[in-house]
Write a protein that binds this ligand. Structure first.
Ligand code: HPA
Length: 267
């Protein structure tokens, strides 16, 4: 397999060698922002070892360039655990991000809400998470580096900056606990009642493995969910992937405003 340093050189030969400041992973239905990056888009297929993402509504390209004057690497798609049963599918892309110079990573996803006061179309900043899948992308790592502390895994500084950016845009950005369920089937209403008892505020099928991998690599990380539905059993709406894709753009416009504002403060 091609290593991260080789892939980083390949990317730099196409996108220029200026260091990247920040990485951004776009979730289901949130791909629009990738096309706003002024720079180049490299299909994952040109990057050996990058995931073959087969989830509709995702854009498997790496966009390198500037957004609001900040040099960024935007991953238009992620591989989810449920695609091939590989919790470390995003390890190589994140190693490449680090090799490109990035210190910070912002993850986004679509999620179901467990809270009556967080509705479809709203956003939620992850203050913490519950790895309910029990899976871990670091299983098989051989060194002591695998014992990654997860206190403040969701970086307090990045979270404060994102909250400040949201406030300047007059957009609510409540903080909550995200629960990772493997998917691809959605949760049952009984599972959702359980997750609420356990302290969850939102549920989704991604992000937690990337948070763990980011901390393993020493990247600072924060994540924002766009709420596409009330979780199973909480409303009469029909939950499904089509619904997720249809609803994600509602939150995506707000997410874009917050991310642009956040980036402007980093110029
Ligand atoms: N559950 C899991 N993943 C999701 C949901 C949900 O309700 N909505 C969007 N992604």
């Amino acid at each position: 397999m091609t290593d991260a340093a080789t892939l980083a050189s390949l990317i730099q030969s196409r996108a220029g060698a200026d260091p990247v400041a920040l990485g951004l992973v776009l979730g289901s239905g949130l791909g629009h922002l990738a096309h706003e990056v002024k720079g180049v888009a490299i299909p994952y297929a040109d990057l050996p070892g990058f995931p073959h993402v087969g989830v509709s509504g995702h854009n498997p390209q790496l966009h390198i360039g500037t957004l609001e004057g900040v040099r960024v690497a935007v991953f238009g798609a992620r591989e989810h655990y449920y695609e091939n049963g590989n919790p470390r599918a995003m390890l190589l892309p994140l190693q490449v991000l680090k090799a490109l110079g990035a210190a910070d990573l912002i993850l986004t996803n679509a999620a179901g809400s467990l809270r009556a006061d967080i509705a479809p179309g709203d956003l939620m900043l992850l203050g913490d998470h519950i790895n309910y899948s029990g899976l871990n992308p670091l299983i098989g790592e051989k060194t002591d580096a695998r014992f990654v502390p997860m206190t403040d895994a969701h970086d307090p500084g990045l979270r404060a900056s994102l909250k400040a950016a949201a406030a300047r845009q007059d957009l609510p950005l409540p903080e909550g606990v995200y629960c990772w369920y493997s998917g691809p089937s959605f949760e049952t209403p009984a599972e959702i009642r359980m997750l609420k008892l356990l302290g969850g505020d939102a549920v989704g099928m991604s992000t937690v493995p990337e948070v763990i991998l980011a901390r393993f690599l020493g990247l600072k990380v924060a994540a924002i969910s766009t709420i596409t539905n009330m979780a199973a059993g909480m409303s009469d709406e029909k939950i499904g992937h089509e619904h997720t894709k249809a609803m994600a753009p509602l939150g995506a416009a707000k997410l874009e405003r917050i991310l642009r504002e956040f980036l402007r403060t980093r110029r």
